[in-house]
Design a protein around this ligand. Structure first.
Ligand SMILES: [Zn+2]
Length: 419
């Protein structure tokens, strides 16, 4: 593989290469379909002569219909072409001096300036698809697969343990290969989540630190046992399937976190089929959403847009892992609102709380006003806990702490009066 940076003007790309570029190679689609505002903002950036990020072109073999496939920058380039072709106008908010004007309506010197705007292309030569995917893992996640090979040579108990666990049969379900110790890397990331007990940063430097800190890791200790239990569970979720294409790297990590968190709080022992159905359905819905050519404002799903961001760049960061986790938990809990928690605890779990808060659109059940997360309490309604109401998403509502207290005081008062 060789990468070769090149400057090209917008004009020459449009005039000479437009038909030779594949702008919709599904293998490399990242991000959701842009809203019109995002397109107009990009054009405004070019009109103002400001920088836009590099575009990555993969040079294809001779027999292909196209000469290049765009592996990063599809939306940017499509938007530029759309503008030059007269299918997009400038936005009055960003570019008031040329409000609602199309390319053809602009003054000639500005048209020239846009034609002469230089884009930085990176041409990738002699690469196969796997190498391209590796390159983007590196660009987007700040982590490289090769570094896991180095990490493995650090020695220590953790290193041995992770090498062992890479033979776990859960990996017979994934479609990605163990090319550069990918399985060990994913396991290290999952173990980092297990040690923290919540979403956390899992990029390379944090894994390095963990290897140093856990040099005496006990392969028969509590953490190791829990870790294996979760992986066993994940394997059993898909035991009647051969390969699960949906179980991509980031989904593997997210599923690990979901199962690890839920197994301590919810009765999920016999609920494995729910996880399988959930993952496949969720991914299907997301893929359909993503494959739409255009999305109108009312069809926009902001959570899907966020999720797509969280799997498109810096996927191993705390922000992305936590963001995905919250969205997945909410969808899972809403699909399975009767999921029981261990013992008759009156406290809602974090997963239930997030789900209820988001489902109720952050509005208080009692006073119908907005609730900030810090003032939020999940309240047992319509059946109060005192009357045997369950601690479930179905029987939980979003409330202000203060409204909840007032309501239960009233109920207790009434109860005292009646008794
Ligand atoms: Zn309230």
């Amino acid at each position: 593989m060789k990468t070769n940076p090149k400057q090209k003007t917008i004009g020459s790309l449009h005039a000479r290469l437009k038909d030779k570029i594949n702008l919709s190679d599904k293998r490399f689609q990242r991000g959701s379909v842009w809203a019109k505002g995002q397109e107009q903002f990009l054009i405004d950036t070019i009109v103002k002569n400001l920088d836009i990020p590099k575009l990555y072109f993969w040079e294809l073999k001779e027999d292909s219909h196209y000469k290049y496939s765009v592996v990063d920058g599809q939306q940017r380039l499509a938007t530029i072409f759309k503008f030059l072709d007269g299918l997009l106008e400038l936005n009055e908010e960003f570019t008031p001096e040329y409000a609602n004007k199309k390319f053809i309506d602009l003054p000639e010197d500005l048209q020239d300036q846009i034609y002469n705007y230089e884009l930085t292309l990176v041409i990738i030569e002699n690469a196969d698809e796997e190498e391209i995917q590796d390159l983007f893992l590196r660009l987007n996640n700040g982590t490289t697969l090769k570094s896991q090979e180095r990490r493995m040579n650090l020695g220590g108990n953790l290193s041995k343990y992770i090498v062992d666990m890479a033979n776990h049969k859960v990996f017979s379900k994934v479609i990605f290969k163990n090319k550069h110790r990918d399985y060990e890397q994913i396991l290290a990331q999952c173990l980092k989540l297990e040690l923290e007990g919540k979403a956390t940063n899992t990029q390379g430097k944090y894994l390095d630190l963990m290897y140093k800190e856990e040099i005496d890791f006990e392969d028969n200790g509590t953490t190791a046992k829990k870790f294996k239990k979760v992986l066993d569970y994940m394997e059993e979720v898909f035991s009647d399937e051969d390969k699960i294409p949906e179980l991509k790297r980031f989904n593997f990590i997210s599923l690990y976190l979901m199962v690890s968190q839920m197994t301590d709080k919810f009765v999920i022992k016999d609920k494995k089929d729910l996880f399988k159905k959930f993952l496949i359905d969720f991914w299907d819905e997301l893929t359909n959403y993503r494959n739409q050519e255009q999305i109108s404002d009312e069809d926009r799903n902001l959570e899907f847009d966020d999720f797509i961001q969280f799997i498109s760049s810096r996927t191993d960061s705390l922000e992305s892992i936590e963001g995905r986790h919250k969205i997945l938990i909410k969808y899972f809990m809403l699909k399975n609102p009767n999921l029981e928690i261990f013992d008759n605890n009156r406290n809602f779990t974090e997963e239930q709380r997030i789900t209820i808060y988001r489902r109720d659109k952050e509005m208080c059940w009692h006073c119908n006003k907005h609730v900030d997360w810090v003032d939020f309490e999940a309240d047992h309604r319509p059946n109060p806990h005192s009357k045997g109401g369950k601690t479930s998403v179905e029987n939980g509502v979003c409330a202000h702490k203060i409204c909840n207290i007032k309501a239960s005081n009233k109920e207790n008062l009434a109860k005292n009066w009646l008794s």
